[in-house]
Design a protein around this ligand. Structure first.
Ligand code: EPZ
Length: 419
């Protein structure tokens, strides 16, 4: 069983390169199904989630070449068939449900297993289905499957009850070849949505407003294959910013988009971290004493839920009290008990966690309960006294390319071990 071993106490220095955003690449891979041609996606992070979604496309008879050497995907969807993907594959990675929109656009009907929940929440898809229904799609939910069909997909006005990232992406992809115009109100404004819209527009779609709370899609006849390079991973970049902060170090991070990092930069600056941006790079100077701040996760441009666990590790060792409120997912504090095993003082009260900074954390055996919680445990290990062993690191490998190698390159005492 692979584990990560961290020996705490080392300062970080040097520079690290951020990979392309997993949460951009996944919807973009799904969107390749919208054209009958070849797309080349460049600078792709070679992650488990990417491999799983590529496998899902292969079960639809897409020709997917994962060019690991050149870090790119060559996806030819000429011969894609309307096949129901294997349930065990869809449940392995719930973002597989993002193929629903493209398959409805392409074939007018599709059947897929209901994606499971996961550790951080039940992860419902009601908003995805509501959007499809508004586009004229008939949805049958039975025995764990979604059966969807439409004679024609007709543009409509949809107002989301919650700015769901996945629902916004799925509805955009179901609308790009529709008859007429679709308006999505109260939609997600995350940078990954804008990246998906840029990819689709490069293929010949007509989408305006991506990155705001209202998106308009004018249906077109067909899309063509393109070469595309998705955006940097703002959550990976934020994770390394916190690595500098928790070890009171100064490092350089290459591969950021300042605009996408605003909520994270704002919070770290409030804590006393100095961040100097130079184009797509930032020098993070966290060598001064930092102070705790309160955090409330919100849809973009609020503080991202995907940074909540990482920032909790940092707050655990800052003198003073802070409150972290998680408004997006109903069960995203599973890293708190693991941090408490290391000596953190955290009290959970419903959607809020009250954190009292302690003088030190002590290394021990902990587990990654989900992707970002795993990253949070590594961050805690960087500053803990002694050794921290992190189990279930497959969660971490879903979203971070060789995180231990990148941290080792910054001087951390960290390695992947087999036990
Ligand atoms: C995306 O998940 C990301 N995943 C998540 O990143 C991220 O945490 C999340 O957006 C929020 O930013 C990918 O992009 C692959 P949502 P998604 O639909 O689309 C509720 C990571 O760590 N909801 O915006 O599933 C839902 O229950 C992962 O990289 C409904 O109620 O997120 C949740 O409470 C974790 N009905 C909230 O909305 C729906 O139909 C946010 O979910 C859909 C969602």
């Amino acid at each position: 069983m692979e584990k990560i071993l961290v020996k705490g106490g080392k300062k970080l220095n040097g520079e690290v390169k951020i990979s392309t955003a997993k949460n951009s690449v996944l919807p973009i891979i799904a969107a390749c199904l919208l054209c009958k041609g070849t797309n080349i996606i460049e600078n792709v992070p070679m992650l488990e989630d990417v491999f799983v979604l590529c496998e899902v496309l292969r079960t639809l008879n897409a020709d997917v070449n994962i060019d690991i050497l050149n870090e790119r995907l060559i996806i030819n969807t000429e011969n894609v068939k309307n096949i129901e993907p294997p349930s065990e594959l869809v449940k392995k990675m719930r973002a597989s449900f993002l193929i629903m929109g493209p398959m409805l656009s392409r074939f007018g009907k599709f059947r897929i297993t209901l994606p499971g929940g996961c550790n951080i929440g039940t992860r419902p898809i009601d908003l995805h289905l509501k959007g499809f229904t508004f586009l004229g799609v008939k949805i049958d939910l039975g025995h764990g499957f979604v059966d969807a069909s439409a004679n024609k997909i007709i543009g409509n006005t949809i107002y989301l009850d919650f700015p769901s990232v996945g629902a916004t992406e799925n509805i955009i992809m179901a609308s790009v070849l529709a008859d007429g115009e679709t308006i999505i109100g109260n939609c997600a404004a995350e940078p990954e949505i804008e990246d998906l819209a840029n990819f689709l527009n490069a293929m010949g779609a007509k989408i305006i407003g991506a990155g705001t709370d209202t998106i308009k899609i004018f249906g077109v006849k067909e899309l063509k294959g393109v070469v595309y390079r998705p955006i940097f991973d703002r959550i990976e970049a934020g994770t390394f910013m916190v690595a500098a902060a928790i070890t009171n170090s100064a490092i350089k991070i290459n591969g950021i988009n300042q605009e996408h990092m605003r909520p994270i930069i704002a919070k770290l600056s409030e804590m006393g971290v100095i961040l100097n941006i130079y184009g797509n790079s930032v020098i993070v100077d966290a060598t001064r004493k930092l102070k705790p701040v309160d955090i409330k996760t919100m849809p973009y441009p609020g503080f991202p839920t995907d940074m909540q666990a990482q920032i909790m590790s940092l707050l655990s060792v800052l003198p003073g009290t802070s409150v972290v409120t998680e408004t997006i997912f109903e069960n995203r504090f599973m890293h708190a008990p693991e941090l408490k095993r290391m000596g953190a003082d955290i009290k959970i009260d419903g959607r809020s966690a009250i954190i009292r900074g302690v003088n030190k954390l002590t290394g021990t055996e902990v587990k990654a309960t989900d992707l970002r919680a795993g990253a949070a445990m590594i961050l805690a290990g960087l500053v803990a006294e002694g050794n921290t062993i992190i189990n279930d690191i497959y969660h971490i490998d879903r979203g971070y390319v060789e995180i231990e190698k990148k941290l080792k390159g910054l001087g951390a005492n960290i390695e992947r071990i087999m036990e």
